[in-house]
Design a protein around this ligand. Structure first.
Ligand code: TPP
Ligand code: MG
Length: 547
């Protein structure tokens, strides 16, 4: 049977289990969007800016730990996706870009042709694979390859360019089972695991650092079990805050940038580090030196990407394999040897430090405290989520990504990771809301960050998503203005914001907007927002601190 390449793409999406395609239309993508028309279970999510489509696809992928897909029209539409795909690359998130490109008879005309720009080449450095179909017959093999590249081993984005004319061409439909995923779970070498288990057992103060490898192989339970067997505190990379509840007695929270004040010292005092699926990023290591990772630390490093092993710090024992397989192997060995370590003094220290931190947050009373400050925001979030056991998803964006870092996260927190992009929060909240339809999303965003993507209020409104957009309003790129005042003799340039009335702006999209200027009003407003089951914007007046 013959089908068009556009119909093959629809079949691909269905069989790969992708329910949403985030994008912005254009003539060059019409055959594909038209093929989606007849598919009730496949929704095109039209965005107001392609960058948001890339962030939404990445957020959907990250939330569901499956594949996200975005699309755009040839030329400017596709180049607008680039920053979001670069983010997905840096954070190892599986996204496929189905990019329209100009018809083949228009290729190579350079600047004189409508839309044409070297798209494939632009995406190449920020994807695991970047290909443009040269003919219709390549479509089946390329889509299969794209799926496997994006979703196996170390995840990452893939770019597939589809010239307009090829979208309409017919090919022989592939048989059932054409979309077989290649099994790539790397099994660890037994002798290496024997050695690792022995060293962990002997170590007097081991620490586990957990990164994306654990997240993507869904090995949180194994991480917890191993940490408990070893009585070893564990921290996460900044990108994976809340991978396991930060209330767990062995959780240090994030290490490096965004760490609670006491956390890094546990790592510095350790005699053995087990790093699992960790890139030793600038954020984790605070600049690659010895501020978090002790000099001459023995590091057992597990990663499914051989390029990461020993890349930043020498790995005393490198283990090339899937995170879950490694942790299972270690747990099996420790259990066989009936290992159940205890380290009461370290655990007590951690408990005391964490209690002090909780107290510090909760010492910031709402009443009589003057303007709202960042401590009120951590407190209100923790209380609103905790008191009513609301299973909310928290997104941090803008300078306030810095702000959210002090919050003790009961579950996974989303932010822009090592890309550190602003203009990411609302789009991410939308992708996550579609990934978790039953959970409210709290997006805590700086006002500057929000203004880069305020147009996506339209998308949140159109899909009636339960997103609470908590804008931390300081009428500035606050953290930057603060630093200009502090370090540039008060010369403030380009960091003051001329904002619209945010409640009126939300209202014009049909979204309720509420200004919160008194600390007493914060908790009730957040609590109400989280159970509202529809989008709401809180314009939280929170002056710049630290000046
Ligand atoms: C896309 C992008 N542009 C510029 C920057 C540089 N930058 C970092 S923080 C920041 C200001 C954020 O302001 P806002 O979201 O209002 O947060 P605040 O610091 O006021 O809490 C800017 C412009 C960036 N990280 N990403
Ligand atoms: Mg601001």
């Amino acid at each position: 049977m013959k089908i068009s390449v556009a119909s093959l793409i629809v079949r691909f999406l269905k069989e790969a289990g992708v329910p949403y395609v985030f994008g912005l239309s254009g003539h060059s993508i019409f055959p594909i969007t038209d093929a989606l028309y007849a598919e009730p279970n496949l929704r095109f999510v039209p965005v107001m800016h392609e960058l948001s489509a890339a962030y939404m696809a990445a957020a959907y992928a990250k939330g569901t730990r499956t594949l996200g897909v975005c699309t755009a029209s040839a030329g400017a539409g596709v180049t607008n996706l680039l920053t979001g795909i670069a983010y997905a690359y840096k954070e190892s998130i599986p996204v496929i870009v189905l990019a329209a490109d100009v018809s083949r008879n228009h290729v190579g005309k350079g600047a004189s042709s409508w839309h044409e720009i070297p798209q494939r080449e632009m995406f190449e450095p920020v994807t695991k694979l970047s290909v443009t179909l040269e003919n219709a017959e390549q479509a089946v093999g390329t889509l299969l390859r794209a799926l496997n590249e994006a979703t196996t081993a170390r995840r990452g984005p893939v770019y597939v360019g589809i010239p307009r004319d090829i979208q309409e061409q017919e090919i022989e439909a592939p048989g059932s089972g054409w979309l077989t995923k290649v099994a790539t779970i790397e099994e660890p070498a037994p002798a290496v695991l024997d050695q690792a288990a022995e060293e962990l057992q002997k170590a007097s103060a081991p620490v586990i650092i957990a990164g994306g490898g654990i997240y993507w192989s869904r090995a949180e339970e194994e991480l917890r079990e191993l940490a408990e067997l070893l009585s070893a505190p564990f921290g996460t990379t900044p990108s994976h805050k809340g991978l396991i509840s930060e209330d767990h007695p062995l959780s240090l929270g994030v290490l490096g940038f965004g760490a609670f004040p006491f956390a890094n010292s546990f790592c510095l005092d350790s005699d053995l580090i087990l790093a699992v699926g960790v890139t030793f990023s600038e954020g984790l290591t605070l600049g690659y030196g010895d501020k978090v990772i002790p000099t001459k630390a023995n590091i057992i490093q597990v990663d499914s990407d051989p390029r990461e092993l020993g890349k930043i710090y020498p790995a005393h024992l490198p283990i090339l394999c899937d995170a879950k397989a490694a942790l299972r192997g270690l747990i099996g060995r420790l259990r066989k040897g009936k290992v159940q370590k205890e380290n009461i003094s370290r655990l007590d220290k951690l408990k005391t430090e964490k209690n002090n931190w909780h107290e510090k947050i909760f010492a910031h009373a709402y009443e009589g405290q003057g303007p709202i400050n960042q401590w009120h925001v951590y407190r209100a979030l923790k209380e609103a989520i905790g008191e009513d056991a609301i299973d909310a998803i928290v997104v941090g964006a803008g300078g306030t990504a810095e702000l959210i870092r002090r919050f003790v996260a009961p579950s996974y927190v989303y932010h822009s990771g090592e890309m550190r992009a602003i203009g990411f929060g609302v789009s991410t909240a939308i992708g996550l809301s579609l990934a978790f339809p039953s959970r409210p999303v709290a997006c805590v965003t700086g006002d500057g960050s929000f203004m880069l993507e305020s147009q996506e209020l339209a998308t949140a409104a159109a899909f009636k998503l339960p997103i609470s957009i908590i804008v931390i309003r300081n009428d500035a790129y606050g953290n930057m203005k603060r630093d200009q005042i502090k370090h540039y003799g008060g010369r403030v340039i380009g960091t003051d914001l001329h904002l619209p009335d945010l409640c009126a702006l939300a209202g014009s999209y049909g979204i309720e907007g509420k200004r919160v200027a008194e600390a007493e009003a914060l908790l009730p407003a957040v609590k109400r927002a989280l159970v509202l089951h529809k989008p709401i914007l809180l314009d939280v007046v929170c002056p710049i601190e630290g000046i």
